[in-house]
Design a protein around this ligand. Structure first.
Ligand SMILES: Nc1ncnc2c1ncn2[C@@H]1O[C@H](COP(=O)(O)OP(=O)(O)O)[C@@H](O)[C@H]1O
Ligand SMILES: [Mg+2]
Length: 497
């Protein structure tokens, strides 16, 4: 039988590039795979030092990084990971396994070193680690508290938010069987029951539910939680709960409720104030009419050169002002009954302008009419609309110092069923800071005796009673445009106002 050199066969059949070295790091054998890997003939390798071949270096490697020295010292196998860069710049990871070949005295005769390319495995491992770190980061940085427990209630994981919410440190909680104590009695059991039922988001899931948790100090905290069962190979292995503290939400709701209550009280107060004002206005209206008639009669009877003529004129003008205030107060408190008549808006504006034609405020102001030629039919209370338009025009006149223009423009949008009325003035404009308040009752920027702050509030309530809207379309130091939108009357329409 042919004698087989088993040592040689074994050495050549190793599936990794392998070298045999003497203790002074001289290469004495290299298998075929090694020669192939380094594309070298045997004669160029045998007799060379390992660093000549592995690193193309004349100098030996630093002692600390040489695995062969370690083998010589420990007389035991060692495995080390070596990261290198290939000719194409790609990273290469090699697992270098070095083992001593000992003689009968137990001394190292040779070192056998094999080089396994583990780049693929290593890159996969790095990728996996990155993914796992990424997931870990998501859990850790979540603002919601996340807690994972096994099926016996032993805590496996909790993130920072969970540590804060439940008041436990990892040291105390992880590995402890405390899941049951995190809820009010029966809570944990009820969660598990719901999780296994198909009725709360499907088996294995629990959609948002509100419940109470108990912290390490025994405090009960209302939370909103979602939960799920984690399965492995179809078996339940853990449960995960995500919790959000409801206290801030509850606090906000409480504050909102309180604010609403205050608002309600305020509007009740305003309503009774309105009633009171309306009552007073009603009482004052008749004597005012009396004063007006008497004063007018006296004025008529006075001589042309009477020295109280001017005073009488002032009395009449001021009485008119009082009557205007009374009218606004009555409209504001909705004490005047709402009529239902049909009219063309253009006519209502004309009527307003004719009432105002002798008003001292309008004497230096040019009124431009840009009226639509279509019929702008509207249903409602003509007198109230006259009052609304009067208030807007008087405001515009107040805003104009010296000469100026007020342009009134009307149009309709038949498909939308709307009438639009624009009042444009060349006045001082409305500062942005007060814009949100101009429709508030009693808000005025005018000096005492000039404004009551009831004008625009009354306009708004009249427009709204007509199912319309009012807004400031534009305002700048060059002027202001108010836009009123009213419903266009439709023949079929008979809905009550
Ligand atoms: N056309 C306008 N131009 C500038 N400011 C205006 C105009 N209309 C209203 N305002 C502002 O809105 C405030 C509220 O108006 P209003 O409710 O009619 O009360 P009042 O006229 O009694 O002050 C006015 O004081 C004024 O500052
Ligand atoms: Mg006004």
């Amino acid at each position: 039988m042919k004698k087989i050199d088993w040592h040689k066969k074994l050495f050549e059949s190793l599936s990794f590039p392998t070298l045999i070295l003497t203790p002074d790091m001289t290469i004495v054998a290299a298998n075929k795979r090694f020669l192939k890997k380094y594309s070298q003939g045997k004669e160029k390798i045998i007799g060379k030092k390992c660093h000549n071949i592995l690193y193309q270096s004349e100098d030996p490697c630093p002692e600390s990084s040489c695995p062969f020295l370690k083998v010589l010292h420990n007389k035991d196998a060692t495995s080390s990971l070596k990261k290198t860069t290939g000719a194409d710049g790609a990273e290469i990871y090699e697992d270098r396994v070095c083992s001593p070949i000992l003689n009968n005295n137990g001394d190292v005769d040779y070192i056998i070193a094999s080089f396994r390319d583990i780049t693929k495995t290593k890159l996969l491992e790095i990728e996996l680690q990155k993914t796992s770190e990424f997931l870990e980061n998501i859990i850790a940085s979540s603002a919601s508290a996340i807690l994972v427990a096994d099926m016996k209630g032993v805590i496996l994981r909790m993130n920072e938010s969970a540590r804060k919410l439940f008041g436990y440190t990892d040291k105390v909680a992880i590995g402890a069987s405390i899941a049951e104590y995190l809820y009010t009695p029966g809570g944990a059991r009820s969660i598990m029951k719901k999780l296994r039922s198909p009725d709360y988001g499907g088996v294995g899931k629990l959609y948002t539910t509100e419940m109470t948790i108990i912290t390490s100090s025994g405090e009960e905290i209302p939370v909103e939680m979602t939960a799920s069962i984690i399965y492995q190979d179809g078996k339940e292995v853990a449960t995960m709960g995500i919790y959000n503290d409801l206290r801030p939400k509850i606090e906000i709701e409480k504050k909102l409720k309180e604010a609403e209550q205050i608002k309600l009280e305020q509007s009740n107060k305003m309503a009774s104030l309105g009633q009171l004002a309306a009552g007073v206005a009603h009482e004052i209206n008749n004597p005012l009419s009396g004063i007006l008639i008497d004063a007018s009669l006296i004025l008529e009877e006075l001589d042309e050169d009477s020295n109280i003529k001017n005073d009488m004129q002032n009395i009449i003008a001021d009485t008119h002002r009082c009557k205007d205030i009374v009218k606004n107060l009555l409209a504001y408190s909705r004490q005047t009954e709402m009529k239902r008549e049909l009219f063309n808006i253009n006519d209502v504006i004309e009527q307003t302008l004719s009432f105002l034609s002798h008003h001292a405020l309008l004497q230096n102001i040019t009124i431009n009419r840009e009226f639509s030629a279509s019929m702008l039919m509207c249903e409602g209370d003509k007198n109230q609309l006259v009052q609304a338009f009067t208030n807007i025009i008087i405001n515009a006149a107040h805003a104009i110092t010296g000469k100026g223009d007020i342009t009134i423009c009307t149009r309709r949008d038949k498909p939308k069923g709307k009438i639009y009325i624009e009042f444009r003035d060349t006045g001082c404009g409305i500062p942005e800071a007060i814009l949100p308040r101009i429709f508030d009752h009693f808000f005025t920027t005018k000096e005492e005796g000039k404004g009551t702050g009831l004008g625009l509030g009354t306009v708004k309530s009249i427009v709204q009673k007509h199912r319309g809207k009012i807004k400031v379309k534009e305002t700048s130091p060059k002027g202001t445009t108010f836009l009123i939108e009213l419903p266009l009357f439709k023949v079929t329409e008979n809905a009550p106002l």
